[in-house]
Design a protein around this ligand. Structure first.
Ligand SMILES: Nc1ncnc2c1ncn2[C@@H]1O[C@H](COP(=O)(O)OP(=O)(O)O)[C@@H](O)[C@H]1O
Ligand SMILES: [Mg+2]
Length: 689
C-alpha cells in the first residue's frame, strides 16, 4: 500500500463529493442518540437482559468517531441500533435524531459496512467496484471520470495487487479475509456517503493496513461526512486518527467525548495511563473483565511477581470495580455534562436541511443495465447456478427421449404421451430448485446493497429476469428439441415452437416461485424444503395424478389448480400433442380414436379454449408471481418497522409489569465465561474408555 494514494483521487472526485453537498450546512448530518436502551426480552424464561443502558451521544460531520470496548460490550448493538438494523428478537427504546428530527436511517440514508462481508465470489475485485460505481455514481460523470474514481478507490484501499483476482466462493479460492474487508469498505467509499458506519473494519488487518484504512476514513470525514466506526484494539497510530471516542463496557458508557481527552479522564479518575502504554490498550485493560481471569491465571502460576503487583494499581482491583468507578466518575464529570449540552446545541441548530439522502445518484436505466450485466456475469461464472443444471437437463432429456422413443399412435401410445407430457412439464421443471443456493447468495448481496440504498427493488427483480433469460431459454430449447424430436410427438414446426414455449413458461414460473420462497425463508435449507413442498402441491394439482374434473372443487380445483403452473402447461401441452392425431383402437379392427375425444374422455379436458389461451394463462401466472415477488420485498421493507414498533410496545408494556431487569453480569457475554472442556471435568472425561 502506498502513501500517495490518499491524494491520488484527483480533482474529479473532489467535484463529485462536493456535488453530494458539502457546502455549508447543506447535506451535513448531525446524529444524536438519547437514552438509547436495548433489551433482550426473555419472556418467562429467566431474567431480561439489557444490552445497552440508556446511552447518550452524538456524531458530527467532519469528525470520525471510534466506538471501543471489549468484545461483547455492545459495539455492534449500538451501531445496529443507530442504523435501524437490530435483529428482531431485541427491543430498542430511546430517540435517534438526524438533524434534530426522528428519521428512519435505513435504505440509503446511511452506508453501513457490517462485520460480515457479503460479496459475489465470481467477480474480480475491480469488477465488483466498477459495477458498484456504475450503479451509483451520477450519470453526469463521463466514463473516464468514473474510471478515475474506481482506480482511485482501488489504490486508496490498497487493493491494486489483487484487483484482477476473483473474490472466491465455495468452489473458488479467492482473495484473503483482509482484502475482502477492504473491498467491502471500498464499495461504500465510492460515493462518500453522508453518514458512514463501520463495524470493526480493521479486524483481520495488519497494523499498517489498519492505519491506511482508518486514514482513508478520516479523509472521508474531512469531506464533511459523519463517520462512526467500532474498532477493536487499535494501535496508538490508529487511535490518534480518531476525533471522538465512545468507550463501552457491558453496554454502559465509560467515556464519551474527544478521543484525546480520554487519557486525561482516566488520569482524573485515578487510572492514569502508564507513559509507555498505548492509550487504547490501557482503556481496554481497565474495563475488560477477561483481564481478571488473566491476572488470576498469572497469579496461580506465580509468574506475576510481587513487585509488579504493587506497581500496577489495576492488578489490585477487579475490572468490574474499575469499570463501575469509571462509569460513576464519567456520569458526574464535566465530559458528561459537555456531551449533554452539545446534544442540546445540535438539536436546536437552525436551518439544517433534511433532504432525502439517497444511496445512488445513477439513473434507473443505468442501474438496470449495470445490474443485469453483473447478474449475468455471476450466473455464467457460477457453475452451480445454471451450467450444472443444463448438463442434468441434457442427460434427463436424452433419458426421456430414449424411454419414449418414437412413441407413435398405437392405443398404448395415448398413455405414453400423457406420461411423457406429465414428466416433462412436471418433474423436469422441478429441477429448477437446483439453482436455489446460488440465488440465495445473490439475495444476500441484494439485501446488503438495498439496505445501503444502492438501487431499488424493481431494478433487482427486473435485472434478475433479464440476466437469467438466456439460460432459461437455452434450457427450454435444449430440453424441448431433444425430447420433441426423439419422442416424435408431431412433425409440424409450430408444435415444436409451442412445446419449447410451454417448457420455458413452466421453468420461468418455477423460478419465480422459488424467488418468492427465497424472500420468505431465512436460509437455503429451509428454502429447498419449502420450495419442494410448494412445487409438489403444484404438480399434484396439475391434472396428471388426478384428472382436473375429479379434483375436489373446494380448495384443490379452485383456487389451487388455477394458481398452479402445472394445470395450464399440461392442458396446453396435451392439446398441442393430441389435437388432430388419430390413434388405433384397443384391438385390431376397433374404430380409430381421434385426439379430441381422447382429450375430453380420457384426460378430462375441455376444448372450449385453444392451447394458446393455456400458454397465455401460464405467462400471466409467471408475471403474477414476479409481481408478487416484488410486492413481498416491498412489503417487507415497509411493514417491518411497523411490526417491530408494535412488538416493542407490547414488550415494553410486558416489562413494565415485570420491571426487574437483570443487572448486567460481571462478564458481559457468555463468550467470557470460563469454559472447561468436557475431558477436563472429573468423571466426564470421555464416554469411550
Ligand atoms: N440479537 C441478539 N440476541 C441475543 N443476544 C444478543 C443479540 N445481539 C447482541 N447480543 C448480545 O449482546 C452483547 C453485545 O453484543 P455485540 O454488540 O455484538 O458486542 P460487540 O460488538 O461489542 O462485540 C453480547 O453479549 C451478545 O451476545
Ligand atoms: Mg461486534
Amino acid at each position: 500500500m502506498e502513501i500517495e494514494v490518499a491524494s491520488g483521487r484527483g480533482d474529479v472526485e473532489r467535484g463529485v463529493w462536493r456535488n453530494g453537498g458539502n457546502d455549508g450546512h447543506k447535506g451535513a448530518a448531525y446524529l444524536v442518540w438519547e437514552d438509547l436502551t436495548v433489551v433482550l426480552p426473555n419472556f418467562g424464561n429467566g431474567p431480561t437482559k439489557k444490552l445497552l443502558y440508556g446511552l447518550h451521544g452524538y456524531a458530527e460531520p467532519g469528525r470520525i468517531m471510534a466506538i471501543m470496548g471489549p468484545s461483547g460490550s455492545g459495539k455492534s448493538t449500538l451501531l445496529d441500533s443507530l442504523a435501524g438494523r437490530l435483529s428482531s428478537n431485541v427491543v430498542m427504546t430511546g430517540n435517534i435524531l438526524l438533524n434534530g428530527k426522528k428519521q428512519r436511517l435505513n435504505y440509503g440514508t446511511i452506508a453501513y459496512v457490517t462485520q460480515e462481508d457479503v460479496l459475489l465470489g465470481t467477480l474480480t475485485v475491480r469488477e465488483t467496484i466498477s459495477y458498484s460505481a456504475h450503479l451509483r455514481l451520477p450519470n453526469t460523470l463521463t466514463k473516464d471520470e468514473k474510471k478515475g474514481i474506481i482506480d482511485g478507490t482501488i489504490m486508496e484501499m490498497g487493493l491494486q495487487d489483487c484487483a484482477d483476482r476473483l473474490i472466491g466462493s465455495w468452489h473458488l479460492r479467492g482473495i484473503s479475509g483482509g482484502e475482502r474487508k477492504r473491498l467491502s469498505i471500498a464499495l461504500e467509499f465510492l460515493i462518500r456517503p453522508r453518514i458512514l458506519f463501520l463495524d470493526e473494519p480493521t479486524s483481520g488487518l495488519d497494523s499498517a493496513s489498519a492505519f491506511f484504512v482508518v486514514q482513508a476514513l478520516k479523509n472521508v470525514a474531512r469531506d464533511g461526512r459523519t463517520v462512526i466506526s467500532s474498532i477493536h484494539q487499535p494501535s496508538s497510530e490508529v487511535f490518534a486518527l480518531f476525533d471522538d471516542l465512545c468507550l463501552l463496557s457491558g453496554g454502559e458508557i465509560v467515556y464519551f467525548g474527544e478521543a484525546k481527552m480520554a487519557v486525561k479522564f482516566f488520569a482524573e479518575a485515578g487510572f492514569p495511563c502508564p507513559s509507555r502504554r498505548n492509550p487504547s490498550d490501557h482503556f481496554l485493560r481497565c474495563i475488560n473483565s477477561d483481564f481478571d481471569v488473566v491476572t488470576a491465571t498469572l497469579r496461580g502460576s506465580q509468574r506475576l511477581r510481587e513487585a509488579d503487583n504493587l506497581a500496577d494499581p489495576l492488578g489490585n482491583l477487579a475490572t468490574s470495580d474499575i469499570k463501575a468507578m469509571l462509569v460513576y466518575k464519567y456520569n458526574s464529570s464535566e465530559y458528561a455534562s459537555r456531551t449533554r449540552s452539545r446534544i442540546q446545541e445540535i438539536s436546536t441548530i437552525q436551518g439544517l436541511e433534511i433532504e432525502r439522502i439517497k444511496g445512488s445518484q445513477a439513473r434507473w436505466w443505468t442501474q438496470l443495465s449495470t445490474l443485469t450485466q453483473r447478474s449475468f456475469a455471476n450466473m455464467s461464472r457460477d457453475v452451480g447456478y445454471y451450467w450444472s443444471r443444463i448438463g442434468i437437463y441434457i442427460i434427463v432429456a436424452i433419458c426421456v427421449g430414449t424411454l419414449f422413443y418414437d412413441v407413435g399412435t398405437s392405443y398404448t401410445a395415448i398413455l405414453a404421451r400423457g406420461a411423457c407430457g406429465g414428466f416433462v412439464t412436471g418433474f423436469m421443471t422441478f429441477m429448477s430448485i437446483g439453482g436455489f443456493p446460488s440465488f440465495i447468495e445473490e439475495m444476500k448481496v441484494f439485501t446488503r446493497e438495498r439496505l445501503n440504498g444502492h438501487y431499488g427493488v424493481a431494478v433487482f427483480v427486473l435485472s434478475n429476469f433479464l440476466s437469467s433469460f438466456p439460460f432459461l431459454a437455452a434450457i427450454s430449447v435444449i430440453t424441448g428439441t431433444i425430447t420433441f424430436y426423439m419422442v416424435k410427438f408431431r412433425t409440424e414446426f409450430s408444435h415444436y415452437v409451442y412445446y419449447c414455449l410451454n417448457i420455458f413458461g413452466c421453468i420461468a414460473v418455477v423460478e419465480s416461485c422459488m424467488m418468492i420462497v427465497a424472500s420468505l425463508v431465512p436460509n437455503f435449507l429451509m428454502g429447498i424444503i419449502a420450495g419442494a413442498g410448494v412445487l409438489g402441491i403444484m404438480m399434484m394439482t396439475a391434472g396428471f395424478f388426478r384428472l382436473l374434473p375429479d379434483l375436489p372443487k373446494v380448495f384443490w380445483r379452485y383456487p389451487v389448480s388455477l394458481m398452479s403452473y402445472g394445470s395450464w402447461s399440461l392442458q396446453g401441452g396435451y392439446k398441442n400433442d393430441l389435437v388432430g392425431v388419430v390413434f388405433d383402437g384397443l384391438w385390431p379392427g376397433d374404430p380409430k380414436l381421434n385426439g379430441e375425444d381422447v382429450l375430453k374422455n380420457m384426460f378430462g379436458l375441455s376444448l372450449d379454449h385453444s392451447k394458446w389461451w393455456d400458454l397465455f394463462a401460464l405467462y400471466c401466472l409467471f408475471l403474477t408471481y414476479r409481481v408478487l415477488f416484488f410486492v413481498i420485498l416491498k412489503l417487507k421493507e415497509r411493514t417491518t418497522p411497523f411490526f417491530r414498533s408494535l412488538y416493542a410496545k407490547r414488550t415494553i408494556h410486558y416489562l413494565k409489569r415485570r420491571p426487574s431487569f437483570r443487572r448486567k453480569p460481571s462478564f458481559p457475554s457468555r463468550r467470557h465465561y470460563n469454559l472447561h472442556s468436557l475431558s477436563s471435568q472429573e468423571g466426564l472425561s470421555s464416554p469411550i474408555p
